[in-house]
Design a protein around this ligand. Sequence first.
Ligand code: GLA
Length: 411
Amino acid sequence: MKRFRKLIAMVLCLTLVGAFFTACTKSGNGSDATPAQEATPTEVLTPTPTEVPATPTPTPNPLDDMTLKDLYADDFKIGIAVQTGSLGSKPVMDEISSQFNSMTLENASKPDALLRMKESKEGLPGTYTNPVVDVDGLASYMKFAKENGIAVRFHTLLWHSQTPAWLFTEDYTVGGAKVSREVMLKRMESYIRQVMTLMEEKYPGQVYCYDVVNEAIDPGHGDPDGLRTASLWYEVVGRDFMNYAFEYARKYAPEGVDLYYNDYNCYMKTSQIINVLKPILEAGNIDGIGMQSHMTASQNVDRTIVGPAAEFTAAGFKVQLTELDIGIEKETETNLELQAIKYKVLFKKVREAKQSGKIDLDCITVWGLYDSASWRADEYPLMYKMKAGKLVRKRAWYGAMQDPSIKAIEI
Ligand code: GLA
Protein backbone atom coordinates (compact mmCIF):
# COMPACT_ATOMS: atom_id res chain seq x y z
CA MET A 1 0.00 0.00 0.00
CA LYS A 2 2.83 2.36 1.03
CA ARG A 3 4.63 1.56 -2.22
CA PHE A 4 1.52 2.22 -4.22
CA ARG A 5 1.11 5.69 -2.59
CA LYS A 6 4.79 6.52 -3.36
CA LEU A 7 4.20 5.58 -7.00
CA ILE A 8 1.17 7.88 -7.27
CA ALA A 9 3.12 10.77 -5.70
CA MET A 10 5.97 10.31 -8.23
CA VAL A 11 3.56 10.26 -11.19
CA LEU A 12 1.93 13.49 -9.93
CA CYS A 13 5.32 15.17 -9.53
CA LEU A 14 6.42 14.26 -13.04
CA THR A 15 3.14 15.54 -14.49
CA LEU A 16 3.62 18.92 -12.74
CA VAL A 17 7.23 19.31 -13.88
CA GLY A 18 6.18 18.49 -17.47
CA ALA A 19 3.42 21.07 -17.36
CA PHE A 20 5.89 23.68 -16.10
CA PHE A 21 8.27 23.14 -19.02
CA THR A 22 5.42 23.26 -21.53
CA ALA A 23 4.34 26.62 -20.09
CA CYS A 24 7.91 27.95 -20.38
CA THR A 25 8.27 27.08 -24.04
CA LYS A 26 4.82 28.63 -24.95
CA SER A 27 5.73 31.90 -23.30
CA GLY A 28 8.13 32.60 -26.15
CA ASN A 29 11.49 31.37 -25.02
CA GLY A 30 11.37 28.03 -26.77
CA SER A 31 12.21 27.59 -30.45
CA ASP A 32 9.08 25.58 -31.11
CA ALA A 33 6.63 28.43 -30.20
CA THR A 34 4.20 28.94 -33.08
CA PRO A 35 3.87 32.61 -34.17
CA ALA A 36 0.16 32.09 -34.89
CA GLN A 37 -0.41 31.51 -31.20
CA GLU A 38 1.30 34.75 -30.10
CA ALA A 39 -1.58 37.19 -30.52
CA THR A 40 -3.73 37.03 -27.43
CA PRO A 41 -7.37 38.19 -27.61
CA THR A 42 -6.54 41.37 -25.67
CA GLU A 43 -3.82 42.32 -28.18
CA VAL A 44 -6.27 41.92 -31.07
CA LEU A 45 -8.85 44.17 -29.41
CA THR A 46 -6.47 47.01 -28.49
CA PRO A 47 -7.88 50.09 -30.34
CA THR A 48 -5.67 52.08 -32.67
CA PRO A 49 -5.11 55.72 -31.55
CA THR A 50 -7.62 57.09 -34.11
CA GLU A 51 -10.34 54.85 -32.69
CA VAL A 52 -10.00 56.18 -29.15
CA PRO A 53 -13.19 58.09 -28.36
CA ALA A 54 -12.65 61.73 -27.32
CA THR A 55 -12.27 61.88 -23.58
CA PRO A 56 -14.12 64.50 -21.57
CA THR A 57 -12.11 67.64 -20.96
CA PRO A 58 -10.00 67.04 -17.88
CA THR A 59 -10.19 69.66 -15.21
CA PRO A 60 -8.25 71.81 -14.84
CA ASN A 61 -7.46 72.17 -18.54
CA PRO A 62 -4.40 74.38 -19.23
CA LEU A 63 -6.44 76.08 -21.97
CA ASP A 64 -8.75 77.51 -19.31
CA ASP A 65 -6.18 80.19 -18.57
CA MET A 66 -5.74 81.14 -22.22
CA THR A 67 -7.91 83.27 -24.49
CA LEU A 68 -9.17 83.11 -28.05
CA LYS A 69 -7.93 86.59 -28.85
CA ASP A 70 -4.40 85.73 -27.70
CA LEU A 71 -4.33 82.38 -29.47
CA TYR A 72 -5.17 84.04 -32.80
CA ALA A 73 -3.47 87.39 -32.15
CA ASP A 74 -1.07 86.99 -35.08
CA ASP A 75 -3.81 85.91 -37.47
CA PHE A 76 -7.10 87.77 -37.04
CA LYS A 77 -9.39 89.44 -34.55
CA ILE A 78 -11.96 87.41 -32.63
CA GLY A 79 -15.32 89.13 -32.58
CA ILE A 80 -18.53 88.75 -30.62
CA ALA A 81 -22.07 89.93 -31.31
CA VAL A 82 -23.38 91.62 -28.21
CA GLN A 83 -27.03 91.17 -27.49
CA THR A 84 -29.11 94.11 -26.36
CA GLY A 85 -29.14 94.30 -22.57
CA SER A 86 -26.55 91.54 -22.10
CA LEU A 87 -23.87 93.85 -20.76
CA GLY A 88 -25.55 94.03 -17.36
CA SER A 89 -24.13 90.65 -16.33
CA LYS A 90 -20.63 90.67 -14.87
CA PRO A 91 -19.63 87.13 -15.94
CA VAL A 92 -20.72 87.95 -19.49
CA MET A 93 -18.82 91.23 -19.51
CA ASP A 94 -15.71 89.59 -18.02
CA GLU A 95 -15.72 86.80 -20.58
CA ILE A 96 -16.29 89.19 -23.50
CA SER A 97 -13.55 91.54 -22.38
CA SER A 98 -11.03 88.73 -21.85
CA GLN A 99 -11.75 86.60 -24.95
CA PHE A 100 -12.69 89.04 -27.73
CA ASN A 101 -11.17 92.06 -29.43
CA SER A 102 -13.88 92.92 -31.96
CA MET A 103 -17.54 93.58 -31.21
CA THR A 104 -20.73 93.84 -33.26
CA LEU A 105 -24.03 95.00 -31.84
CA GLU A 106 -26.61 92.37 -32.66
CA ASN A 107 -29.52 94.80 -33.00
CA ALA A 108 -28.67 98.10 -31.34
CA SER A 109 -27.13 99.76 -34.43
CA LYS A 110 -29.63 98.63 -37.05
CA PRO A 111 -31.72 101.28 -38.85
CA ASP A 112 -34.89 100.61 -36.83
CA ALA A 113 -32.92 101.26 -33.63
CA LEU A 114 -31.37 104.53 -34.81
CA LEU A 115 -34.10 106.25 -36.84
CA ARG A 116 -36.66 108.44 -35.04
CA MET A 117 -40.09 108.58 -36.67
CA LYS A 118 -41.76 111.08 -34.35
CA GLU A 119 -38.94 113.62 -34.55
CA SER A 120 -38.60 113.12 -38.31
CA LYS A 121 -42.32 113.87 -38.76
CA GLU A 122 -42.33 116.80 -36.35
CA GLY A 123 -39.37 118.35 -38.11
CA LEU A 124 -41.01 118.48 -41.55
CA PRO A 125 -40.43 120.08 -44.00
CA GLY A 126 -36.85 120.55 -42.75
CA THR A 127 -36.39 116.83 -42.21
CA TYR A 128 -37.93 115.76 -45.54
CA THR A 129 -34.60 114.57 -46.91
CA ASN A 130 -32.89 114.41 -43.50
CA PRO A 131 -34.59 111.81 -41.28
CA VAL A 132 -33.70 112.16 -37.62
CA VAL A 133 -30.99 109.77 -36.41
CA ASP A 134 -29.93 109.13 -32.82
CA VAL A 135 -26.89 107.07 -31.82
CA ASP A 136 -27.02 107.89 -28.11
CA GLY A 137 -28.52 104.47 -27.36
CA LEU A 138 -25.13 102.94 -28.18
CA ALA A 139 -23.30 104.86 -25.44
CA SER A 140 -23.04 102.04 -22.88
CA TYR A 141 -21.81 99.51 -25.48
CA MET A 142 -19.28 101.93 -26.90
CA LYS A 143 -18.04 102.81 -23.40
CA PHE A 144 -17.60 99.11 -22.58
CA ALA A 145 -15.78 98.53 -25.89
CA LYS A 146 -13.49 101.49 -25.32
CA GLU A 147 -12.65 100.58 -21.76
CA ASN A 148 -11.74 97.06 -22.82
CA GLY A 149 -9.82 97.87 -25.99
CA ILE A 150 -12.43 96.18 -28.22
CA ALA A 151 -12.74 97.51 -31.79
CA VAL A 152 -16.29 97.90 -33.13
CA ARG A 153 -17.63 96.61 -36.46
CA PHE A 154 -20.79 98.56 -37.27
CA HIS A 155 -23.78 96.47 -38.43
CA THR A 156 -25.60 97.62 -40.59
CA LEU A 157 -26.43 100.73 -42.62
CA LEU A 158 -28.75 99.45 -45.40
CA TRP A 159 -30.88 96.32 -45.12
CA HIS A 160 -34.28 95.23 -46.39
CA SER A 161 -35.13 94.04 -42.88
CA GLN A 162 -35.22 95.91 -39.55
CA THR A 163 -35.56 99.15 -41.48
CA PRO A 164 -38.77 101.14 -40.92
CA ALA A 165 -41.14 101.36 -43.89
CA TRP A 166 -41.98 104.98 -43.00
CA LEU A 167 -38.47 105.96 -44.11
CA PHE A 168 -39.59 105.42 -47.72
CA THR A 169 -42.87 107.36 -47.66
CA GLU A 170 -44.09 110.92 -48.06
CA ASP A 171 -44.30 112.64 -44.68
CA TYR A 172 -42.81 109.58 -42.96
CA THR A 173 -46.23 107.99 -42.67
CA VAL A 174 -46.68 104.23 -42.34
CA GLY A 175 -48.57 103.07 -45.41
CA GLY A 176 -48.15 106.45 -47.14
CA ALA A 177 -47.21 106.96 -50.79
CA LYS A 178 -43.59 106.08 -51.63
CA VAL A 179 -41.21 108.98 -52.32
CA SER A 180 -39.33 109.32 -55.62
CA ARG A 181 -35.94 107.74 -56.35
CA GLU A 182 -34.33 111.21 -56.10
CA VAL A 183 -35.78 111.90 -52.66
CA MET A 184 -34.84 108.41 -51.46
CA LEU A 185 -31.25 108.85 -52.63
CA LYS A 186 -31.09 112.07 -50.62
CA ARG A 187 -32.48 110.29 -47.56
CA MET A 188 -29.97 107.48 -48.08
CA GLU A 189 -27.06 109.88 -48.28
CA SER A 190 -28.32 111.78 -45.25
CA TYR A 191 -28.71 108.60 -43.18
CA ILE A 192 -25.21 107.34 -44.02
CA ARG A 193 -23.67 110.78 -43.43
CA GLN A 194 -25.42 111.25 -40.10
CA VAL A 195 -24.59 107.79 -38.75
CA MET A 196 -20.94 107.99 -39.74
CA THR A 197 -20.37 111.53 -38.55
CA LEU A 198 -22.29 111.05 -35.29
CA MET A 199 -20.42 107.82 -34.52
CA GLU A 200 -17.11 109.56 -35.11
CA GLU A 201 -18.08 112.63 -33.09
CA LYS A 202 -19.42 110.69 -30.11
CA TYR A 203 -17.18 107.63 -30.21
CA PRO A 204 -14.07 108.75 -32.05
CA GLY A 205 -11.85 106.10 -33.59
CA GLN A 206 -13.86 103.15 -32.27
CA VAL A 207 -15.53 101.83 -35.43
CA TYR A 208 -13.04 100.05 -37.69
CA CYS A 209 -15.49 98.80 -40.34
CA TYR A 210 -19.06 99.25 -41.51
CA ASP A 211 -21.49 96.81 -43.05
CA VAL A 212 -22.79 99.23 -45.66
CA VAL A 213 -25.32 96.83 -47.20
CA ASN A 214 -26.67 93.59 -45.76
CA GLU A 215 -28.22 90.68 -47.72
CA ALA A 216 -29.03 92.42 -51.02
CA ILE A 217 -28.28 89.39 -53.21
CA ASP A 218 -30.91 86.66 -53.37
CA PRO A 219 -30.87 85.00 -56.80
CA GLY A 220 -33.91 83.36 -58.27
CA HIS A 221 -36.50 86.10 -57.92
CA GLY A 222 -36.37 87.70 -61.33
CA ASP A 223 -33.48 90.16 -61.14
CA PRO A 224 -30.92 89.44 -63.90
CA ASP A 225 -27.98 89.92 -61.51
CA GLY A 226 -29.59 88.01 -58.66
CA LEU A 227 -30.40 91.10 -56.60
CA ARG A 228 -33.02 90.76 -53.89
CA THR A 229 -36.22 92.20 -55.30
CA ALA A 230 -38.23 92.13 -52.06
CA SER A 231 -36.54 95.21 -50.64
CA LEU A 232 -37.77 98.78 -50.37
CA TRP A 233 -34.31 100.03 -51.32
CA TYR A 234 -34.51 98.04 -54.56
CA GLU A 235 -38.10 99.07 -55.16
CA VAL A 236 -37.86 102.80 -54.41
CA VAL A 237 -34.28 103.60 -55.53
CA GLY A 238 -33.76 100.90 -58.14
CA ARG A 239 -31.26 98.23 -59.13
CA ASP A 240 -28.24 100.50 -58.63
CA PHE A 241 -28.97 101.42 -55.00
CA MET A 242 -25.83 99.65 -53.74
CA ASN A 243 -23.55 101.71 -55.97
CA TYR A 244 -24.88 104.86 -54.32
CA ALA A 245 -24.77 103.39 -50.82
CA PHE A 246 -21.07 102.55 -51.13
CA GLU A 247 -20.27 105.85 -52.84
CA TYR A 248 -21.84 107.80 -49.96
CA ALA A 249 -20.27 105.53 -47.38
CA ARG A 250 -16.80 106.14 -48.83
CA LYS A 251 -17.50 109.87 -48.93
CA TYR A 252 -18.27 110.07 -45.19
CA ALA A 253 -16.23 107.20 -43.71
CA PRO A 254 -13.22 108.27 -41.70
CA GLU A 255 -9.85 107.50 -43.29
CA GLY A 256 -8.84 103.85 -42.85
CA VAL A 257 -12.31 102.57 -41.92
CA ASP A 258 -13.25 99.54 -44.06
CA LEU A 259 -16.53 99.21 -45.94
CA TYR A 260 -18.18 95.79 -46.20
CA TYR A 261 -20.97 94.04 -48.04
CA ASN A 262 -22.43 91.34 -45.76
CA ASP A 263 -24.48 88.26 -46.71
CA TYR A 264 -25.51 84.72 -45.72
CA ASN A 265 -24.87 81.42 -47.56
CA CYS A 266 -22.13 83.08 -49.61
CA TYR A 267 -21.01 79.66 -50.88
CA MET A 268 -24.30 79.39 -52.79
CA LYS A 269 -23.94 82.75 -54.56
CA THR A 270 -20.21 83.51 -54.67
CA SER A 271 -20.05 84.47 -58.35
CA GLN A 272 -23.20 86.62 -58.21
CA ILE A 273 -21.80 88.52 -55.23
CA ILE A 274 -18.48 89.11 -56.99
CA ASN A 275 -20.20 90.25 -60.21
CA VAL A 276 -22.47 92.72 -58.45
CA LEU A 277 -19.69 94.17 -56.28
CA LYS A 278 -16.96 94.34 -58.92
CA PRO A 279 -17.87 97.80 -60.28
CA ILE A 280 -18.06 99.10 -56.70
CA LEU A 281 -14.61 97.66 -56.02
CA GLU A 282 -13.26 99.22 -59.22
CA ALA A 283 -14.67 102.56 -58.12
CA GLY A 284 -12.69 102.14 -54.88
CA ASN A 285 -15.80 102.20 -52.71
CA ILE A 286 -15.73 98.80 -51.02
CA ASP A 287 -13.05 96.92 -49.07
CA GLY A 288 -14.50 93.59 -48.10
CA ILE A 289 -17.16 90.94 -48.01
CA GLY A 290 -18.65 89.73 -44.76
CA MET A 291 -19.59 86.06 -44.84
CA GLN A 292 -22.22 85.59 -42.15
CA SER A 293 -21.45 81.85 -41.71
CA HIS A 294 -24.56 80.61 -39.96
CA MET A 295 -23.71 76.91 -40.26
CA THR A 296 -24.65 73.45 -39.09
CA ALA A 297 -22.17 70.91 -37.73
CA SER A 298 -22.63 68.76 -40.83
CA GLN A 299 -21.49 71.43 -43.30
CA ASN A 300 -18.07 71.19 -44.85
CA VAL A 301 -15.66 74.00 -43.96
CA ASP A 302 -13.69 73.95 -47.22
CA ARG A 303 -16.78 74.06 -49.37
CA THR A 304 -18.85 76.57 -47.42
CA ILE A 305 -16.16 78.83 -45.94
CA VAL A 306 -12.56 78.53 -47.14
CA GLY A 307 -13.39 77.99 -50.83
CA PRO A 308 -15.67 81.03 -51.26
CA ALA A 309 -13.41 83.16 -49.03
CA ALA A 310 -10.48 82.32 -51.34
CA GLU A 311 -12.57 83.31 -54.37
CA PHE A 312 -13.45 86.65 -52.79
CA THR A 313 -9.79 87.24 -51.95
CA ALA A 314 -8.69 86.37 -55.49
CA ALA A 315 -11.25 88.90 -56.80
CA GLY A 316 -9.65 91.63 -54.66
CA PHE A 317 -11.85 91.74 -51.54
CA LYS A 318 -10.91 91.43 -47.89
CA VAL A 319 -13.02 88.88 -46.03
CA GLN A 320 -14.48 88.50 -42.56
CA LEU A 321 -16.63 85.78 -41.03
CA THR A 322 -19.19 88.08 -39.47
CA GLU A 323 -21.93 85.98 -37.83
CA LEU A 324 -20.51 82.53 -37.12
CA ASP A 325 -22.66 80.02 -35.29
CA ILE A 326 -22.76 76.23 -35.76
CA GLY A 327 -26.07 74.55 -35.05
CA ILE A 328 -26.79 70.98 -33.93
CA GLU A 329 -30.15 69.21 -33.89
CA LYS A 330 -30.22 67.94 -30.33
CA GLU A 331 -28.01 68.75 -27.38
CA THR A 332 -26.50 65.24 -27.06
CA GLU A 333 -22.90 64.47 -26.05
CA THR A 334 -22.20 63.18 -29.55
CA ASN A 335 -23.60 66.28 -31.24
CA LEU A 336 -21.76 68.62 -28.88
CA GLU A 337 -18.54 66.77 -29.76
CA LEU A 338 -19.28 67.07 -33.49
CA GLN A 339 -19.90 70.77 -32.97
CA ALA A 340 -16.60 71.11 -31.11
CA ILE A 341 -14.82 69.34 -33.98
CA LYS A 342 -16.41 71.74 -36.47
CA TYR A 343 -15.33 74.81 -34.46
CA LYS A 344 -11.82 73.34 -34.25
CA VAL A 345 -11.61 72.55 -37.96
CA LEU A 346 -13.02 75.91 -38.98
CA PHE A 347 -10.61 77.99 -36.91
CA LYS A 348 -7.71 75.72 -37.94
CA LYS A 349 -8.44 75.79 -41.66
CA VAL A 350 -9.18 79.50 -41.74
CA ARG A 351 -5.92 80.20 -39.92
CA GLU A 352 -3.96 77.97 -42.32
CA ALA A 353 -5.60 79.65 -45.34
CA LYS A 354 -4.79 83.06 -43.90
CA GLN A 355 -1.17 82.12 -43.19
CA SER A 356 -0.68 80.70 -46.67
CA GLY A 357 -2.04 83.90 -48.22
CA LYS A 358 -5.03 82.11 -49.73
CA ILE A 359 -7.52 84.29 -47.90
CA ASP A 360 -7.22 87.89 -46.75
CA LEU A 361 -9.28 87.64 -43.58
CA ASP A 362 -9.01 89.90 -40.57
CA CYS A 363 -11.79 88.85 -38.19
CA ILE A 364 -13.98 85.93 -37.18
CA THR A 365 -17.06 87.10 -35.29
CA VAL A 366 -19.20 84.63 -33.36
CA TRP A 367 -22.88 85.57 -33.39
CA GLY A 368 -23.58 85.74 -29.66
CA LEU A 369 -22.02 84.43 -26.46
CA TYR A 370 -24.26 81.71 -25.06
CA ASP A 371 -26.88 79.35 -26.49
CA SER A 372 -30.07 80.39 -24.75
CA ALA A 373 -29.69 84.02 -25.92
CA SER A 374 -28.95 83.03 -29.53
CA TRP A 375 -31.42 83.68 -32.34
CA ARG A 376 -30.97 79.93 -33.04
CA ALA A 377 -31.35 78.89 -29.38
CA ASP A 378 -33.06 75.63 -30.38
CA GLU A 379 -29.88 74.61 -32.26
CA TYR A 380 -27.41 75.34 -29.41
CA PRO A 381 -24.99 76.96 -31.87
CA LEU A 382 -22.56 78.92 -29.67
CA MET A 383 -19.42 78.29 -27.60
CA TYR A 384 -20.97 78.89 -24.16
CA LYS A 385 -24.06 77.99 -22.24
CA MET A 386 -25.74 79.46 -19.18
CA LYS A 387 -26.09 76.70 -16.60
CA ALA A 388 -27.80 77.47 -13.29
CA GLY A 389 -26.96 81.14 -13.75
CA LYS A 390 -23.29 80.39 -14.52
CA LEU A 391 -21.57 81.01 -17.83
CA VAL A 392 -19.99 77.69 -18.90
CA ARG A 393 -17.56 77.02 -21.76
CA LYS A 394 -18.78 74.23 -24.03
CA ARG A 395 -16.59 71.72 -25.88
CA ALA A 396 -17.08 74.13 -28.81
CA TRP A 397 -14.93 76.73 -27.04
CA TYR A 398 -12.19 74.14 -26.50
CA GLY A 399 -12.54 73.24 -30.18
CA ALA A 400 -11.97 76.84 -31.22
CA MET A 401 -8.97 76.81 -28.83
CA GLN A 402 -7.54 73.76 -30.70
CA ASP A 403 -7.76 71.47 -27.66
CA PRO A 404 -5.73 68.33 -28.56
CA SER A 405 -8.42 66.07 -27.06
CA ILE A 406 -10.78 67.13 -29.87
CA LYS A 407 -10.33 65.63 -33.31
CA ALA A 408 -9.40 67.94 -36.15
CA ILE A 409 -10.98 66.02 -38.97
CA GLU A 410 -14.37 66.66 -40.47
CA ILE A 411 -16.87 63.83 -40.26
C1 GLA B 1 -29.02 88.19 -40.18
C2 GLA B 1 -28.58 89.59 -39.82
C3 GLA B 1 -28.22 89.70 -38.38
C4 GLA B 1 -29.23 89.05 -37.49
C5 GLA B 1 -29.42 87.63 -37.91
C6 GLA B 1 -30.40 86.98 -37.00
O1 GLA B 1 -27.99 87.33 -40.32
O2 GLA B 1 -27.51 90.03 -40.59
O3 GLA B 1 -28.13 91.05 -38.04
O4 GLA B 1 -30.43 89.75 -37.53
O5 GLA B 1 -29.91 87.63 -39.24
O6 GLA B 1 -30.07 87.22 -35.67
